[in-house]
Design a protein around this ligand. Structure first.
Ligand SMILES: NC(=O)c1ccc[n+]([C@@H]2O[C@H](COP(=O)([O-])OP(=O)(O)OC[C@H]3O[C@@H](n4cnc5c(N)ncnc54)[C@H](OP(=O)(O)O)[C@@H]3O)[C@@H](O)[C@H]2O)c1
Length: 237
């Protein structure tokens, strides 16, 4: 029987991952980890409260997991805008406070998750830690500019993912660490920008997660450290 964890289970993509795991009867424990409490009525779901920007909170969440290993860990947290700011449209919009907040949630938080959760990955069978990243974190793919802090936070996250994949190989040859590009997904995060999305390109979180599941299932040591798109393609850094 398998154990899995979804960090950011209150978000659109995180919730869709939870629902997908619920369909799998080979999973005995599903850890739903989020800052905001979520209601569930399935006894396989164990809720853990956690703020990804608070190291003690991340450490305590990892300690709460009593099972000795996790087969899959999904990190679906992230911000692009908050109630007080949106992504930078130009150089003029760059500010220390906004930049620090975006980097703290999108890069440092996931790095802390790696610090405390990577040791929990199953060593006997294939196990996967998958971080929701973004195509806009690819420097070679950047043609439009803008969104300084979000782009930079995801480029830096992709570097952290690569580092994790290198370090974990020394202790766990069965661990795969990947970044995922989910497509343009209907969620609170994408809501202000949905009107700019081409007809047909905006997908539901359920649709995205169905595809991301296939990518996770098909991933191996060869892809470890890479950013993979929902269609399985490797996105160049
Ligand atoms: N939607 C898209 O089109 C799209 C495209 C590319 C990449 N992504 C990436 O996919 C991931 C998930 O996005 P989404 O679309 O599902 O957005 P969402 O619905 O807004 O979910 C964001 C999640 O991040 C959590 N979060 C934010 N700050 C946190 C903190 N300090 N501690 C713990 N949790 C925190 C939120 O928790 P609360 O409920 O507590 O706020 C929520 O669970 C993000 O990394 C995003 O960059 C999304």
């Amino acid at each position: 029987m398998k154990n899995v964890a979804v960090i950011g289970s209150s978000g659109a993509i995180g919730k869709a991952f939870l629902n997908q795991y619920l369909k799998d009867s080979s999973i005995s424990n599903i850890y739903a980890i989020s800052r905001t409490h979520i209601e569930t009525n399935d006894e396989r779901i164990k809720y853990i409260q956690m703020d990804i920007t608070d190291e003690k909170s991340v450490e305590n969440a990892a300690k709460t997991i009593k099972e000795k290993y996790l087969d899959q860990i999904i990190i679906a947290t992230g911000i692009l805008h908050t109630s007080s700011f949106g992504p930078e449209k130009s150089i003029r919009d760059i500010s220390v406070n906004k930049f620090v907040e975006v980097l703290t949630v999108n890069t440092i938080g996931p790095a802390l998750v790696g610090k405390y959760f990577l040791p929990l990955l199953n060593k006997k069978n294939k196990s996967v830690m998958a971080f929701l990243s973004a195509r806009v974190g690819s420097i070679s793919d950047n043609k439009l500019g803008g969104w300084y802090s979000y782009r930079a936070s995801k480029s830096a996250l992709n570097q952290v993912i690569k580092n994790f994949s290198i370090e974990i190989r020394r202790t766990n040859l069965n661990a795969v660490v990947i970044g995922l590009q989910p497509g343009t997904v209907k969620s609170k995060l994408s809501e202000p920008f949905q009107k700019n999305v081409k007809e047909g390109a905006l997908i539901s979180a359920e649709e995205s997660v169905t595809k991301l599941f296939k990518v996770i299932e098909g991933s191996s040591n060869i892809e470890s450290g890479s950013l993979l798109s929902w269609d399985g393609q490797v996105i160049k850094p």
